[in-house]
Ligand binder design. Structure first.
Ligand code: DAH
Length: 341
């Protein structure tokens, strides 16, 4: 076969191959096939010397032309393939940076937790410390040391969940009073927020698990007026207005005298409405002066010191502030309720 014709054939075949190729890898293989050291053109160029003198330059020139042309074709196809890859990427992997992002839902603290933190802030600003105690408690701290001996009828006021080994789920935070006195000497100013438990049928105002804040202040000459002053300060901060209080006698074995502290109804302002049962007053919390037996249980001399204590329902406080009418909503897990706070 005539060498020039052979070169022409190579070029034609290369044209077809290069046009049909659809991947960069295959294109690279074609480059090796047509222009590499083992390609037909290379061997033609290598054997130029064997050709007759007169056709040698013609074949040489033609070979170089074919080479250049194939190089150009490869380059062009390379460009085309790259472009098609990019257009595909643009549609397949398109990212619209202007599209609004997906909102990550961030939760917030529970309304009871919010109130607890608020109450803690109010009391710490009055010089109170924050104490805590165990939720599974000894009978001693929950009852005995609080002047409620075995078989005392006051034990029936609190339906108790007992553990098999004779301990109990604390029915109130008052146990922390004793634990505090065991740890610290007067003057004592503490609050103890925490979870408490009752063996209780649930309804709109009763839960088996709820929250209290215990308060305890012991010093020389502590009287009911200290109690009232602290309570009024706390209530003013919580409800953002002056709140009237009144004390009624109430019985709790660990205080003497014991009181129920009422506040004027915040719904009607004391005029009388269904919430306060037209009395103008709403029961807020029980409190009193610490019973001498309780001080003694805490190794504090009742001749030298006196104190007040109170037990505030945290759930109740939240319910009053937001006018929530069912305590069971708190642990319902119902987001329609929780998201309002
Ligand atoms: N621990 C009582 C209860 O849960 C509430 C209570 C009453 C606490 C009088 C006190 C207090 O500190 O002085 O029923």
């Amino acid at each position: 076969m005539d060498v020039l014709e052979q070169l022409e054939n190579i070029l034609n075949k290369a044209k077809v191959d290069i046009t049909n190729v659809t991947s960069l890898e295959k294109l690279e293989q074609l480059k090796i096939k047509y222009l590499g050291r083992k390609s037909e053109i290379s061997s033609i160029l290598k054997s130029l010397g064997k050709l007759a003198q007169d056709i040698r330059p013609i074949v040489g020139k033609k070979s170089n032309e074919v080479k250049r042309e194939i190089t150009a074709l490869l380059e062009k196809r390379n460009q085309e393939l790259l472009e098609s890859i990019f257009t595909r990427l643009e549609t397949d992997e398109k990212i619209d940076i202007t599209e609004p992002g997906e909102k990550v839902k961030i939760g917030h603290t529970h309304p009871i937790t919010q109130m607890r933190i608020e109450v803690e802030d109010i009391f710490t600003s009055m010089g109170f410390s924050i104490m805590s105690g165990p939720e599974i408690e000894l009978e001693y701290y929950n009852f005995e040391a609080l002047n409620i001996p075995k078989d005392h009828p006051a034990r029936d006021m609190q339906d108790t969940i007992w553990t098999k080994d004779g301990n109990l789920l604390r029915t109130h935070t008052s146990c922390v009073q004793i634990r505090t006195m065991e740890k610290f000497r007067p003057p004592i100013r503490v609050i103890a927020p925490g979870r408490v438990f009752r063996y209780e049928e649930t309804d709109a105002s009763h839960e088996h698990t709820f929250y209290q804040v215990e308060g305890l202040m012991i010093d020389k000459d502590i009287s009911v007026s200290n109690l009232i002053a602290v309570m009024k300060t706390m209530l003013k901060e919580v409800f953002h207005r002056d709140v009237k209080v009144r004390l009624r006698p109430g019985y709790f074995p660990f205080v003497e005298p014991g009181f129920e502290l009422d506040i004027n109804c915040l719904i009607c302002g004391g005029e009388g409405c269904p919430v306060c049962k037209y009395s103008g007053w709403v029961e807020l919390l029980p409190c009193g002066l610490v019973h001498p037996n309780v001080l003694r249980a805490g190794n504090i001399d009742p001749e030298e010191y006196s104190g007040f204590a109170f037990g505030m329902g945290l759930d109740r406080l939240v319910m009053m502030r937001y006018e929530i009418n069912d305590i069971r909503l708190f642990h319902s897990g119902d987001l329609r309720f929780l998201e309002q706070f």
